[in-house]
Design a protein around this ligand. Structure first.
Ligand SMILES: Cc1ncc(C[n+]2csc(CCOP(=O)(O)OP(=O)(O)O)c2C)c(N)n1
Ligand SMILES: [Mg+2]
Length: 1051
């Protein structure tokens, strides 16, 4: 007890009449110029926690002291200093405490305090009171947001009943919750080091403590951050919100804010006036979004950011385009004119989905800034990972590994935020992303979670995204109380320790403040942060909608609600910050701008979708936006290059690196293949990647376990067997001036990761970006990215994309899953007409088809063809998504190898591989052509060999399914005039390629010959789960394929 008494001597309450000043000493700043790092609790948690006098509550207090002591040993009482020193030196529990040394002159005050302590009848009460104050401070920090005035409507849709808020002086039954009552209000308490409410004071009366905590945590801003497990970050936030006087703004800041509110509000009013019956998903009820975004942009620009990539849903999108991105108003207004003709190819998109790219001067910072808003589909949140991928790509190409620097590029390249910055002179170039969300979508859509989980992964991080939620407390017609299980729509952000700043959007100054803090957070910690704008939606879901059907009470309240501009202007007028005349002039000025733009928009006769391009690729196309060349270059390589890459693929190009023995065997096998001038699948891929890298094309391969390869065939990353995390990527040792190779195992996500890679591929045409599914069927959890972006992206948004999807596929008795990449789905979405034979010249047939298609789908049967198609993806002068149905068992099939001869200069991708066997000798005698694609070819040839009918049945492989090689198929059908036509596939009849291929084959032969089917029957599942049944099915359709009488009854 004596020990405790001595310890608490400094804690005794002094009355308010004893001066605060006399007790004050500068508290250690947690975060200042030099960042504070907290030591681990090693000694504390071991020996100190075992001290007999510590119990649950007092240990919290001692922990506080311990941190303070670590920071500055003199900031705690000498007795604690000695105690902690002893404890840290390992003195056993119970012995660490020593009586404090005698007090000298400077410590007279403490001696007095000591005397008073001794006179104090109830030491425990004293300690308890201080602990109570500490708990109270902490309670405000943790739960102050529960009672903050966040909701402009004050209808309180968030129910915190499960965790009642115990803040301030609260009674539970007869007891005071914290043990402090009204008689304690004037007592002065020492503030814990975990609060900044004191400013320069270290002690305050309880009344003031509570008042300041209420000011910091319970007004228009609710801060959620105490779940963050980094003390430095917590301290940083406390400081930002607790320091007295943080929320003060200059006159100029207030006026700028008002101007921005005017523009935001009057823009919507203008649209409503001119096009009252058009859907525009207006921002009414959340007008402060515009100043919010502008504040984030200003602050980020101030911190060196030069490019911001944004993604957002429908709500307020036109307003953001007009007032944040500064899209010309007349071009926005044009979009409301339904009579304008589209000037560009493609089908276009509705106005509130279109993207934009704009470089301008930021007026506040006077610095250049590029703003792009990504085009997006209706599918809420789908654009999130796409924005992240594009941001990552821009950071990568600028050599920015930390989200905070460094482009070494020419102005021209910087201007277009183009790639390969790494090489030239020095400048600072930072790229960051801002994502906007609706409250319902943010809480409900899983891709939000997937995207958050990419945020801290080395190959996916964009070093901090600022998220802004337009939380209008309703999703379409659905009430949040039935739309989510979490208290806030933003809880998902907690998984990555992102602080969440809730703010009442009817308080524009508070909005501006949190946006400043959010931007600073991003600049300081390079981590995600969320601003939750709690607002309302003045109209229905869109301007035509009746909200009273479903939200009667909310909308009664909304109808009474004064607009935020009106409230804020009244406040500034009352303060005298602005005069009525200035305010009215500001409104008139903007109205004039809108009217003039409207007049100009009427002169427009044509709508240009390309004015809405979000990712320009300057220099890639000619001035008319057309490809610079339409000739097909050979994708072959000189032998010595193949040998060189083969050598790299078979070696460990760093010293003293121990690889696994099994891997040594694989590498030796590769060397043997190189000696024999052949490639298997993995080596073919190596040749394609290695050569493109050498030619300066960046390659990024991402997906689950892609580094080794799901089937353990790739091994692009070697792991030292003796040293943890020591790796070697031989592909980066091809040549001194090569482009970098990125290969990265992703998180276990498809939607998020595929979206990310699509965004990465958007940034530059000079990169081969590949996403590999673990098994092809898993792509369906990313279906939205495929359906909404990859398939129709060019048609909707006139932007090309060369992303490659690698989808392992094959019926190998593995069961319903892991078998089919569902090629039928991709084929069904091709834009080609199956009933029309394309009219192109023979020389340009292939390239014209490619240029017109929405995507390319291939199923290669040889490594050489895979090699060529990958190289063609970059060597052609335009970009199309490439879907590759990739093999599994063929990876090790002894016959699925290619000779170097098929990869030399002059060779190229074969869209169709004709039969080159005995059938060629007497084509007239051939009775059947079996067309097929992919792995089944090897089953067919084996069966044909077994049956010995290799002079009567020809087998042709269609390697490129889309665009369909009509011309080459025609050559085959003409070559064998007496043959019937069979399509053979290992997939079920309602799946695979049959429905796609059949009408095209019929078109090719002008419907003069039927097309028969050999394959599995229709089925609901992609494959049987029974291996024996699988083999029976296989044999059955092979029998059909070679039974020349199989279709006589049907013909
Ligand atoms: C993935 C997806 N599902 C459903 C919809 C249909 N939808 C359009 S807006 C909307 C409500 C969105 O609510 P919220 O996210 O709160 O945004 P708000 O419209 O309130 O701004 C819904 C369900 C959609 N666009 N995307
Ligand atoms: Mg909403």
């Amino acid at each position: 007890m004596q020990r405790l008494r001595t310890t608490v001597a400094r804690l005794r309450p002094i009355t308010a009449t004893q001066t605060v000043k006399s007790q004050s000493q500068a508290r250690p700043m947690a975060v200042g110029g030099a960042l504070r790092t907290f030591e681990p609790l090693r000694s504390y948690t071991t020996s100190v926690s075992a001290e007999p006098f510590l119990n649950g509550t007092s240990s919290n207090y001692v922990e506080e002291m311990y941190y303070a002591w670590l920071e500055n040993p003199r900031s705690v009482h000498k007795s604690w200093d000695i105690f902690f020193r002893n404890a840290n030196a390992g003195v056993s529990p119970g012995s660490a405490y020593q009586s404090p040394p005698p007090l000298g002159g400077a410590a007279l005050e403490l001696a007095n305090a000591q005397a008073m302590v001794e006179a104090q009848p109830n030491m425990e009460k004293l300690v308890e009171d201080h602990l109570a104050v500490q708990s109270l401070v902490r309670a405000y920090q943790v739960r102050g947001h529960h009672i903050a005035k966040l909701d402009p409507l004050d209808i309180g849709v968030i129910d915190f009943d499960e965790s009642p808020v115990m803040l301030g002086l609260k009674k539970v039954g007869e007891k005071w919750f914290y043990g402090l009552d009204e008689s304690d209000l004037d007592k002065v308490f020492r503030l814990p080091t975990t609060t900044f409410i004191g400013g320069s004071e270290s002690v305050l009366p309880l009344r003031e403590i509570i008042s300041r905590l209420e000011m910091a945590y319970c007004q228009s801003i609710g801060v959620e951050f105490m779940f963050i497990n980094d003390l430095e970050q917590c301290q940083w936030i406390r400081q930002k919100f607790e320091r007295p006087g943080v929320m003060q703004f200059t006159l100029e800041e207030k006026r700028t804010l008002l101007t921005r509110m005017v523009r935001s509000t009057k823009f919507e009013e203008f649209l409503q006036r001119k096009w009252s019956s058009e859907k525009r998903f207006g921002l009414e009820g959340c007008e402060s979004l515009i100043p919010a975004l502008k504040t984030i942009i200003d602050k980020s620009s101030m911190n060196g950011v030069e490019s911001i990539i944004m993604g957002m849903p429908h709500r307020g999108r036109l307003n953001v385009l007009a007032n944040v991105i500064h899209k010309e108003l007349d071009q926005i207004f044009c979009q409301f004119d339904s009579n304008l003709e589209a000037a560009d190819e493609g089908s276009g998109d509705v106005k509130y989905h279109l993207g934009m790219w704009h470089r301008r001067i930021n007026r506040v910072t006077d610095r250049n800034i590029t703003l792009s808003l990504m085009a997006n589909p209706s599918h809420l949140e789908a654009v999130d990972p796409v924005v992240q991928g594009k941001t990552k790509a821009e950071q990568f190409y600028c050599g920015d590994t930390e989200g905070k620097r460094v482009c070494t590029h020419t102005n021209a390249h910087r201007f277009f935020s183009l790639c390969v910055c790494i090489y030239i002179s020095v400048c600072v170039f930072q790229v960051m992303s801002i994502l906007l969300h609706g409250d319902a979508a943010f809480a409900g859509q899983g891709v939000v979670y997937e995207t958050f989980h990419l945020s801290d992964l080395p190959s996916y991080t964009t070093h901090g995204t600022v998220h802004v939620v337009v939380n209008n407390q309703v999703g379409f017609t659905t009430d949040p109380r039935v739309a989510r299980s979490s208290s806030y729509p933003t809880d998902v952000a907690k998984v990555v320790n992102a602080p969440i700043f809730h703010v009442n959007a009817d308080d524009p100054e508070a909005v501006m403040y949190v946006c400043n803090v959010a931007a600073e957070w991003r600049a300081t910690f390079h981590k995600d942060v969320v601003v939750d704008l709690v607002c309302y939606r003045r109209n229905g879901h869109n301007e035509m909608d009746e909200p009273l059907f479903t939200q009667p009470l909310m909308y009664k309240q909304i109808k009474k609600q004064k607009g935020v501009l009106q409230k804020y202007s009244e406040k500034l007028l009352a303060e005298g910050a602005v005069s009525r005349q200035d305010y009215e002039e500001e409104i008139a000025k903007y109205d004039k701008i809108c009217e003039e733009a409207h007049a100009r928009s009427k002169d427009e006769k044509i709508l240009h979708i390309k004015h809405w391009l979000d990712s320009p690729w300057p220099g890639f196309f000619n001035v008319d936006g057309q490809p610079k060349s339409m000739t097909s270059r050979s994708t072959g390589l000189p032998e010595e290059e193949l040998v060189h890459i083969g050598y790299i693929a078979s070696s460990v190009p760093v010293e003293d690196f121990t690889i696994h023995r099994g891997l040594s065997r694989i590498l030796k096998g590769r060397a043997t293949m190189v000696g024999q001038r052949v490639c298997d699948w993995a080596l073919g891929e190596y040749m394609a990647f290695g050569s493109l890298l050498k030619e300066g094309t960046h390659i990024r391969l991402s997906g689950q376990d892609v580094e080794r390869g799901t089937f353990s065939h790739r091994h692009h990353v070697l792991h030292d067997q003796k040293i943890d995390r020591r790796i070697c990527i031989p592909m980066n040792h091809i040549s001194p001036n090569q482009a970098p190779y990125t290969v990265c195992n992703s998180s276990l996500s498809e939607y998020g990761v595929l979206g990310f890679e699509l965004g990465f591929a958007m940034a530059s045409p000079n990169a081969l970006v590949l996403w590999e599914a673990q098994f092809g069927d898993f792509h369906n959890t990313a279906q939205c990215i495929i359906d909404q972006f990859i398939c129709p992206g060019q048609a909707k948004w006139v932007r090309q994309n060369g992303i490659v999807l690698l989808l392992p596929h094959g019926m190998e008795g593995m069961g319903p899953e892991h078998s089919s990449a569902r090629p039928e789905r991709f084929l069904q979405m091709c834009n080609e007409d199956p009933d029309t034979y394309p009219i192109f010249s023979a020389e340009e047939f292939a390239v014209r088809q490619l240029y017109d298609c929405n995507w390319i789908i291939v199923n290669c049967s040889t490594p050489a063809n895979y090699f060529h198609v990958l190289r063609r993806q970059i060597l052609q002068a335009f970009r199309k998504p490439l879907i590759v149905i990739t093999p599994k068992s063929l990876l090790r099939h002894p016959e699925a190898k290619s000779s170097f001869d098929d990869m030399l200069p002059g060779t190229h991708f074969q869209r169709l591989i004709p039969d080159s066997g005995p059938v060629c000798e007497n084509p007239e005698a051939v009775k059947r052509i079996v067309f097929c694609t992919g792995k089944v070819y090897y089953e067919l040839t084996r069966e044909r060999n077994n049956r010995g009918n290799d002079d009567t049945v020809a087998i042709a492989r269609i390697e490129q399914l889309s665009p369909f090689p009509f011309d080459q198929v025609k050559v085959e059908t003409d070559r064998y005039p007496n043959a019937d036509l069979v399509w053979c596939q290992e997939e079920h009849k309602n799946q695979g390629y049959y429905d796609y291929v059949k009408p095209r084959l019929r078109t090719t032969v002008d419907r003069t010959r039927p097309v028969w089917y050999a394959g599995r029957g229709p089925a609901a599942a992609p494959a049987t789960g029974n291996k024996a049944a699988h083999l029976v099915e296989l044999q059955r359709f092979l029998d059909t394929a070679f039974n020349l009488d199989a279709f006589t009854e049907q013909s």
